[in-house]
Ligand binder design. Structure first.
Ligand SMILES: Cc1cc2nc3c(=O)[nH]c(=O)nc-3n(C[C@H](O)[C@H](O)[C@H](O)COP(=O)(O)OP(=O)(O)OC[C@H]3O[C@@H](n4cnc5c(N)ncnc54)[C@H](O)[C@@H]3O)c2cc1C
Ligand SMILES: *[C@@H]1O[C@H](CO)[C@@H](O)[C@H](O)[C@H]1NC(C)=O
Ligand SMILES: *[C@@H]1O[C@H](CO)[C@@H](O)[C@H](O)[C@H]1NC(C)=O
Ligand SMILES: *[C@@H]1O[C@H](CO)[C@@H](O)[C@H](O)[C@H]1NC(C)=O
Ligand SMILES: *[C@@H]1O[C@H](CO)[C@@H](O)[C@H](O)[C@H]1NC(C)=O
Ligand SMILES: *[C@@H]1O[C@H](CO)[C@@H](O)[C@H](O)[C@H]1NC(C)=O
Ligand SMILES: *[C@@H]1O[C@H](CO)[C@@H](O)[C@H](O)[C@H]1NC(C)=O
Ligand SMILES: *[C@@H]1O[C@H](CO)[C@@H](O)[C@H](O)[C@H]1NC(C)=O
Length: 479
């Protein structure tokens, strides 16, 4: 409860104020709240929520309220400003796929575009336990990888209808193509796709030896991404600051955006939703009446508990897996520019596997490196930063990375951002039992609709295209 509101209640004018509030505004609990009536309340101002808010207002002429818990819009987009040069350094989302209306969304804001800003750096393989360079077997030549990728493309292209831009037409259990339920490693063997390993690892962070159902690989590493790679059509904004789009959207949406805020109470029915939202900094609460709720934040049980999930919703949302992911900016004098480091534990290593993994990628800014840190265990920001810096000490002690231009090694995590998320981890049996249909059956349930990376291929351009399919359904029957 904020101090100012308590003060109003205790002031001599309290009674008059209360009467005014009661006549003009609604009351939730014991607190006077300002009230907002809107067509659509949107929970989460990342890629999909921001896109939905812009389109609902600009293209459908509807009112909306975009509720985002962070201080900025953008979700997985992170941009660090180099304090010395003032240059933007993207350490979340990097590049966009030229899929459906993605370019038009940038053009709407007058943001110029350029071909993918690629920094092909030299990668050194290092044993994370000794900090010494290791020789890993030389991978396939690029032309072989491209050939394998083309074979993969030809196998997956018939599934576009059931996977793009989302899973509205995904077949029920017994009709799911058998290949999609094969362990991916078997699928790779079946279609002789081994040589696509380097591209799959770099573009989607996955291994050809994963035994996850092939569906989990193909649903993200689908034809739009493969086309982007084969035809080199990824693009970036100019200047290369991926936050620009979201800054512009925030200005356009004005008072329809509520930042550093989240839902703390909700009541949903087939007739609409009632939300109490709270500003996490000031404690100010607002009562929101909306005809529809669009959930554009991750649909985990923890995140959505506040909506008062019913049995049907809980059964579906409790099947996700969870992974810890951080992105970070590392400033170090141990790694030369235009060099990236991959940590590779040699096959004959006797050291225990570390409970995390990350790579260090040069990203065009002198002295700075981009890190994606992943683990199946929980790490706080501080723990993840400490693990990164500890690994840099191992790197220094290994002797192959002497400090550049100094006698003192220095490594600092100057920015870090939590991207942990629920992911698809359902079993083949759950998929065959109709998980995808159960998931989509929640669309529209209790006036609540969903978009975002768990509902479709998890790339910005894909969640935008999927949102395009949700909005007309969501608006159907709205008065
Ligand atoms: C490290 C990384 C790099 C990536 N790189 C690329 C790339 O180069 N190109 C690409 O196309 N895609 C990339 N992606 C994928 C892309 O970012 C996602 O597909 C996209 O962000 C998904 O959009 P979304 O709206 O579902 O989720 P998000 O963008 O994550 O947005 C969700 C938003 O909801 C907010 N939120 C969550 N819970 C609440 C709550 N309870 N109350 C209020 N707000 C809440 C969050 O703060 C967040 O802003 C990358 C992803 C990661 C993690
Ligand atoms: C990147 O864009 C965002 C949003 O417009 C802005 O706030 C930020 O200052 C920009 N960063 C740089 C380094 O220009
Ligand atoms: C970085 O190294 C790669 C590979 O050697 C080279 O092709 C590229 O031109 C270099 N880039 C820069 C910016 O130095
Ligand atoms: C790749 O290029 C090499 C050398 O030019 C050639 O011998 C080989 O056949 C090519 N491989 C493929 C799959 O095209
Ligand atoms: C790449 O572009 C060419 C020419 O536009 C097109 O014919 C081809 O289908 C594209 N390939 C893929 C995989 O998209
Ligand atoms: C939710 O709405 C229903 C129907 O209008 C009402 O009976 C119930 O009291 C409401 N619950 C809360 C917590 O507001
Ligand atoms: C592993 O093999 C490498 C190269 O063959 C060798 O240099 C190294 O000493 C071996 N390490 C262990 C722990 O056996
Ligand atoms: C990171 O984000 C996830 C998803 O929002 C959340 O569940 C988790 O608690 C966060 N971790 C930390 C350490 O804050």
């Amino acid at each position: 409860m904020s101090i100012s509101i308590s003060w109003i209640w205790r002031s001599p004018l309290g009674t008059i104020f209360k009467a005014l509030v009661l006549s003009k505004l609604a009351i939730a609990g014991h607190y006077p709240l300002s009230v907002v009536n809107t067509d659509v309340a949107i929970l989460g101002g990342g890629a999909s929520g921001t896109y939905a808010a812009v389109r609902l207002r600009e293209d459908y002429g509807k009112s909306d309220l975009l509720i985002e818990m962070e201080a900025v819009l953008g979700g997985h987009v992170n941009t660090y400003t180099d304090p010395e040069t003032g240059e933007a350094f993207n350490y979340g989302v990097q590049s966009y796929i030229d899929y459906k209306g993605a370019k038009a969304f940038f053009e709407r804001f007058g943001i110029p575009l350029q071909p993918n800003v690629l920094f092909s750096s030299n990668t050194l393989d290092v044993d994370p336990n000794t900090g010494k360079l290791v020789n890993v077997p030389v991978g396939p030549p690029l032309n072989s990888s491209v050939a394998a990728l083309q074979r993969y493309y030809d196998v997956i292209v018939p599934w576009n209808d059931i996977l793009l831009p989302g899973y509205w037409d995904f077949p029920p259990g017994e009709q799911i193509p058998a290949d999609l339920l094969l362990p991916f490693s078997d699928f790779v063997t079946k279609y002789e796709l081994e040589d696509m390993a380097p591209v799959l690892a770099v573009v989607s962070g996955q291994s050809i030896s994963t035994t996850n159902p092939t569906l989990f690989v193909v649903k993200n590493f689908g034809t739009p991404v493969v086309e982007g790679f084969l035809n080199n059509t990824f693009f970036d904004p100019v200047p290369f600051n991926n936050s620009l789009l979201y800054g512009d959207a925030e200005r356009l949406l004005g008072e329809s955006v509520v930042l550093t805020s989240t839902v703390i109470e909700a009541n949903r029915s087939d007739h609409g939703v009632r939300l109490v939202i709270e500003n996490l900094q000031t404690g100010k609460r607002t009562l929101v009446f909306a005809k529809r709720l669009l959930v554009a934040s991750q649909p985990s049980i923890e995140n959505l508990a506040v909506l008062g999930l019913d049995k049907q919703e809980t059964a579906v949302f409790s099947t996700w897996s969870y992974g810890t992911v951080y992105t970070a900016v590392l400033k170090t004098n141990l790694i030369p520019d235009n060099t990236s480091v991959a940590f590779v534990t040699p096959a004959n290593s006797t050291s225990a596997q570390k409970p995390y993994s990350f790579g260090i990628t040069w990203n065009g800014a002198p002295g700075y490196f981009w890190i994606i840190f992943g683990s199946e265990e929980s790490f706080t920001e501080v723990e993840a930063s400490e693990a990164i810096v500890a690994e840099m000490k191992v790197l220094y002690n290994g002797g192959a990375f002497p400090p550049i231009g100094s006698s003192t090694p220095s490594s600092e995590v100057v920015a870090i951002s939590n991207h942990s998320s629920v992911t698809w981890g359902q079993s083949v049996a759950q998929l065959e039992a109709g998980f995808v249909q159960d998931l989509y059956a929640l669309q529209g349930h209790k006036s609540t609709w969903y978009t975002g990376g768990l509902w479709c291929p998890d790339y910005s351009s894909n969640v935008w295209a999927f949102t395009d399919t949700v909005l007309p359904k969501l608006l159907d029957g709205i008065d």
